[in-house]
Ligand binder design. Structure first.
Ligand SMILES: *Cc1c(COP(=O)(O)O)cnc(C)c1O
Length: 474
């Protein structure tokens, strides 16, 4: 195939994806609306695409840019001269490394981390990969913030086994900042590490505070915060593949590093999980962060938070939907009054050109919709609210998705560990995700699928979705 053919094919493939620009995709992507920043990011990405972060002595440019990004972040998060940082490939890698580092700093037979239930699923992944038991403590049912008293009790229950405590600033699911000061008082008193997951809020909260918003202390100003993560590929509006993991001191970070001289090749020496890694995302982040700069982020955060406030008050005025909590940053979560369901609203929104992200019910929390507001969404808030009102009307007219009572009961009693491949094929077909013969597809109407998954206990939901992905990617 020719270059032209291939480029055309790439464009055709992209046409079926969610739009990354325009502010109408309220999860997954972040749009500053700044064309020059986007262009510069792409240029830097291409320029450094073939460099290799495997060995900082071979590509000193990458080490220099990494240090400059950390130097930019350090005062934002009130770090000290001791604060050190690493550029990783994303929030998940930052969190995986924070957990691995904590585990290896405190070798115990059965390590435990104490987290609120609202902590990002990346901590569950870290628990799974690194053999650290994840103890999830219920949050306050109204504010949805972590409960420091209950977390302290869990710290005492697990005692010497606890290697890490973590909390969010803010949480992805509900957009609220956990009481970091109160949690840090408990971890400091016990000599425990505390990681603050500011993956999504790290590039918003420092400017929010400067703009006069009420931001409870959450960063290295709080004694006892030992590490924090902040994604640049979210609100720093850089191309995908960049997050920062900061530790309060080099000593706290040391177990993150890995070396192996136990083979006949080069001595492997890594700060991150990847070995060979493109310098492209790092160079793009370095360039975009310095182009937008402190003043630029101040403007973007002002626009974003004004848009968030308009969105939240617009939702509060609508019938049949309500805010789950008052947003602490740029994330809005809404639920319904029961006359319709969020899954239908999300399908209706998609038909109107807006992507909003369904969140399934969890313990006592009903299913909800997650909205990440980026700067480019702000000017479109009135249009969003119109589309939402229409979508809610359509969802009320359709009524809540009815899940067959027999299926609901079956879902509650199935043990996913006891299912074989044929059983999964049958269940995927029941859920509307497959034909029953191992063929699967992405349905156009997600509401019936989501409603059915929503009544399944989390373990069954996980098993079904893994079976789905397995077949989707064969
Ligand atoms: C996005 C996010 C993560 C995970 O980051 P990825 O970049 O998707 O790997 C972790 N925690 C929070 C709070 C997030 O918003």
């Amino acid at each position: 195939m020719s270059t032209d053919d291939l480029l055309r094919r790439l464009e055709q493939l992209r046409a079926h994806d969610l739009p990354t620009h325009g502010g109408r995709t309220l999860a997954y992507v972040y749009d500053s609306g700044l064309a020059d920043a986007d262009e510069l990011g792409k240029h830097a990405l291409a320029m450094y695409a073939s460099t290799n972060g495997l060995d900082p002595t071979a590509f000193p440019s990458l080490l220099a840019m990494e240090k400059e990004l950390v130097a930019f972040a350090r005062p934002l998060f009130h770090g000290t001269a001791d604060t050190v940082g690493t550029v990783t490939s994303g929030g998940t890698e930052s969190i995986l490394l924070a957990v691995q580092t904590a585990r290896d700093a405190h070798p115990v037979a059965a390590p435990v981390m104490i987290v609120p239930t609202t902590i990002h699923a990346a901590f569950a992944k870290a628990a799974h990969y690194f053999g650290v038991e994840r103890v999830a403590v219920d949050v306050d049912p109204v504010t949805r913030r972590a409960d420091p008293v209950a977390m302290a009790a869990a710290m005492d229950t697990y005692g010497e086994r606890v290697v890490l405590v973590a909390a969010s600033a803010p949480s992805y699911a509900h957009g609220v900042v956990d009481p970091i000061e109160a949690i840090a008082a408990e971890t400091s008193a016990r000599g425990l590490r505390l990681h603050v997951d500011a993956c999504i809020g790290g590039w918003v909260l420092p400017w929010a505070e400067r703009l006069g918003h009420d931001v409870a202390p959450w960063d290295f100003r709080v004694p006892g915060v030992t590490s924090l993560s902040a994604d640049l590929h979210k609100y720093a509006y850089t191309p995908k593949g960049v997050s920062l993991l900061l530790h309060a001191t080099p000593g706290l970070r040391r177990p993150q590093f890995f070396a192996s001289a136990d083979w006949p090749g080069y001595t492997m020496l890594n700060a991150t999980m990847q070995s060979t890694k493109s310098g492209g995302p790092l160079a793009a982040a370095w360039a975009v962060v310095h182009l937008i700069g402190d003043d630029g982020y101040l403007d973007l955060v002002r626009t974003t938070l004004d848009g968030t406030a308009a969105l939240a008050s617009g939702i509060a005025e609508q019938q049949h939907v309500r805010l789950v909590t008052r947003p602490d940053a740029s994330l809005v979560t809404l639920e319904t009054d029961g006359s319709c369901d969020v899954f239908t609203i999300s399908d209706e929104m998609l038909a109107r050109g807006w992507f909003v992200q369904p969140q399934m019910s969890f313990r006592d929390m009903p299913a909800s919709l997650h909205l990440t507001v980026s700067a480019a969404t702000a000017p479109a808030v009135p249009e969003f609210l119109t589309a939402l009102a229409e979508s809610v009307d359509a969802a009320v007219a359709a009524g809540p998705v009815a899940v067959d009572e027999g299926l609901r009961e079956a879902a509650a009693s199935i043990d996913p560990a006891a299912l074989d491949d044929d059983a999964f094929d049958g269940l995927l077909a029941l859920a509307g995700l497959g034909s029953g013969t191992g063929e699967v597809g992405v349905p156009t109407q997600m509401a019936p699928v989501n409603a059915l998954l929503d009544v399944a206990p989390p373990a069954l939901r996980e098993a079904l979705l893994i079976a789905f992905l397995d077949r989707l990617s064969r």
